[in-house]
Design a protein around this ligand. Structure first.
Ligand code: FMN
Ligand code: FE2
Ligand code: FE2
Length: 406
């Protein structure tokens, strides 16, 4: 007798005629080749089975196997009428070329920029329904409405709104790192972990585009959203309003009391200085103080805490006439994010010709007031002296006073 195969990764019903067919990635070490994934990653795709069948986004190419088997089972012989492409980044569009071959009749739905990108990434042309801002797709007695959200995350990014169920298919917006750990819905998941991973995704993937994110949130607030189905992370069915609020807080760059102390050190002298600064901040009663070694922590964790807390202290040694490369890389990442409303303290080290401090000072100057300098600025020759450590203590005290919630 033939053995019946049970696909335990079957589709999950999200709402009336809406199904989740996402996949989990626990193999990729670094998202976008840079950001650590200690909890993996989820690529969410959804199928609406109304009079017309509509796929919302696909998944990363490496995960097509389970994705197509579920799509096929769920369609159960029905044709696939449409595939909405909210965003062409390959973590969502990786399965598109094969989708086209498996379902040759499917019409792809996107905006003019989507069409151009599909051609350039996959050579996919034709069979395309172009939609504009506020455009709709008739599914037979119900509609999908499309809202463009340029630069959150790419120029062609858009979101799709199911009027009947009040579901927002938000793609990268409200997305987070982390694979599904059993819970597909917010009320089934570990919300502390989910929120941390969502913020880390926000800061590193979307952070630079915070002004555009605010504009997108304005548009989202005009819709009557009862559920958010993002392309990464859990489905927000119990508290969609809460998640919109915290996203807005991050986009506004609202900061909390706390200081991040990051050092770049080869032989420990710069580390000694930054430990003294951190100690002094803690003694002044400011919490939390987060100390990072720039050589050892993945930058995505550092940038997330830097986004969250009001103060940053950078300690950096000089290396071959320049700032120590891991700190130089951090400066570049932070500058790219156009951060504002922050306080910064600087401590350089050198042995014969100081260079690290100058690079950090230039970073502060280029921010045009986004980073306000806290005194004293310190430059240590080789190993911190007693006077140097006293200055470190003073910097810690001043930083604590500058970041304290009033
Ligand atoms: C490979 C290497 C390159 C360095 N390049 C410079 C330099 O260009 N200019 C300078 O003044 N000091 C330079 N230094 C000296 C360090 O900046 C200085 O000793 C500092 O105190 C080291 O801090 P650390 O103990 O935290 O690593 C270099 C040291 C090393 C090991
Ligand atoms: Fe993206
Ligand atoms: Fe994405």
């Amino acid at each position: 007798m033939a053995r019946a195969i049970c696909d335990t990764r079957d589709a999950v019903k999200v709402a009336d005629s809406v199904f989740w067919i996402g996949v989990c990635d626990r193999e990729t070490d670094k998202f976008e080749g840079m950001w650590d994934l200690p909890h993996g990653m989820a690529y969410n795709s959804y199928l609406i089975k109304a009079e017309k069948t509509v796929l919302i986004d696909t998944v990363k190419g490496a995960y097509m196997d389970g994705f197509f088997s579920r799509l096929n089972r769920l369609l159960d012989g029905l044709p696939l009428d449409y595939a909405v492409i909210n965003h062409v980044e390959p973590d969502h569009s990786g399965a598109l070329a094969l989708l086209r071959r498996l379902y040759p009749e499917v019409k792809l739905v996107g905006n003019a920029k989507t069409a151009e990108m599909l051609k350039n990434f996959y050579g996919v042309e034709g069979g395309f329904v172009e939609v504009k801002e506020g455009g709709t797709l008739d599914l037979g007695g119900r509609r999908l409405v499309f809202v463009t959200v340029p630069m959150v995350h790419w120029p062609e990014s858009m979101v799709s709104y199911d009027e009947t169920n009040g579901i927002l298919f938000s793609n990268d917006i409200f997305g987070g790192f982390g694979a599904v750990e059993g819970g597909i819905f917010d009320d089934e998941a570990d919300l502390n972990l989910v929120t941390e991973e969502m913020m880390r995704y926000y800061v590193n993937i979307v952070g630079r585009f915070s002004r555009q994110a605010l504009k997108a949130l304005e548009k989202v607030r005009k819709l009557n959203v009862s559920m958010i189905c993002p392309a990464h992370g859990p489905i927000w069915r119990s508290c969609p309003g809460h998640v919109i609020d915290i996203y807005e807080k991050w986009s506004r760059q609202e900061t909390e009391e706390g200081v991040v102390v990051v050092y770049g050190s080869m032989y420990g002298n710069t580390k000694t200085a930054s430990d003294a600064i951190a100690r002094s901040i803690a003694q002044a009663g400011v919490k939390p103080v987060r100390v990072y070694d720039a050589s050892r922590s993945n930058m995505s964790f550092i940038t997330t805490d830097v986004w969250k807390y009001r103060g940053l202290v950078l300690s950096c040694c000089t290396y071959n006439m320049e700032a120590f490369p891991p700190i130089a890389a951090l400066l570049r990442l932070l500058e790219n994010k156009n951060m504002t409303g922050r306080r910064i303290g600087l401590c350089g080290t050198y042995s014969w010709a100081s260079a690290a401090l100058k690079e950090m000072q230039a970073f502060v100057e280029r921010s045009k007031g986004g980073w306000k300098l806290v005194d004293p600025t310190i430059d240590i020759k080789s190993r911190p002296s007693c006077d140097d450590l006293e200055m470190c203590g003073q910097l810690g005290k001043n930083m604590a006073a500058a970041v304290r919630d009033i």
